[in-house]
Design a protein around this ligand. Sequence first.
Ligand code: SAM
Ligand code: SF4
Length: 370
Amino acid sequence: MTPDEPTASTPHEGATPPRSTPALSGSTVPADGSTATPVAPLVDRFGRPHHDLRISLTDRCSLRCTYCMPAEGVPWLARQTMLSTDEIVRVARVGVDLGITEIRLTGGEPLLRVDVVDVVRRLTALTGPHGSPEVSLTTNALRLPALAAPLRDAGLSRVNISLDTLDRGRFMELTRRDKLVDTLAGIAAADAAGLHPVKINAVAMRGVNDDEVVALTRFAVDRGYQMRFIEQMPLDGGHTWDRTQMVTQAEILDRLTSAFTLTEVPGRGAAPAELWTVDGGPETVGVIASVTAPFCSACDRLRLTADGQLRACLFAQDEVDVRAVVRDAEVGDEAVAEAFRRCLAGKKAGHGIGEPTFRQPDRPMSAIGG
Ligand code: SAM
Ligand code: SF4
């Protein structure tokens, strides 16, 4: 099987599900149930409550975007290190018990996981003190024509789709695959399936697609989608990121205001994108200015990698090995909750890009989960 194909079930698939464990409150819950009461909300030492868990379902991908992966790919995670679906659901269940209300599935390309519909069904069935989590997905859309309707039926709330260019030749250069038509079909499928609002993400790159800021926004607005531009971050597999080459939020806004009237949407909260209505709305355009206007002070996200490492930040150097915890038959859910707390305890105030001590994480974006 090539890394571009849907990934087979992980070795632990179908293996003995986690045994019934003492609930965090001390009572007993079934392995996949969720009746525990939280022992403490997920608040870090800077007072930031955490509600959002990003789960990477695989590090593999059907594209090779230049800002994310080198052409030859990266060494894939070993199968036996990947979390099984039972293990993912168990970690998520404890997170939901601790106050997680939003789960975003990502990767790599999350739709390459063969049981992605089942994963969604099981995650949306979890309940915690705030009810069931909202489950959404970030994808390159290539498999959405086949999966959009089943995912919606499984409870998926919406999708974020990556589309950096509307030009076929550029798409090929950027992703190293000739798949623009398939991505566009995937976007249409998400829309037809009612996975609204459809959000389109583009990483702005100088001399590559920065002249398409207006065209991409028009494409999205005309169809009722939300366009969001992302400042490129130092997370590429090749470690070639250069701040001086990065297209900034200010430059993106300059291009947008040359064609549209933008009105700031207040009440951003913990959302990474700052939003503006386009020509009076209702459609909006957003910019995720992770580098020039970091939103770390409002960050409410934790990440679980496909190989079971909890990360407090995209740029964290430390990880907490929750895979070892869920594979230890001697410990129960309190140990999983403790892993969440340990991860939070190490969370820094900000990502530190631009500081002299900043070091790009070893894992590329595709292996962390964007
Ligand atoms: N494969 C899916 C996709 O492309 O949507 C999900 C995973 S991808 C890593 C998640 C998001 O991260 C995408 O929107 C992608 O554009 C973004 N991304 C990847 N590398 C990035 C980088 N170096 N800087 C900023 N965004 C990046
Ligand atoms: Fe794959 Fe998404 Fe990375 Fe592109 S950005 S290589 S689609 S994981």
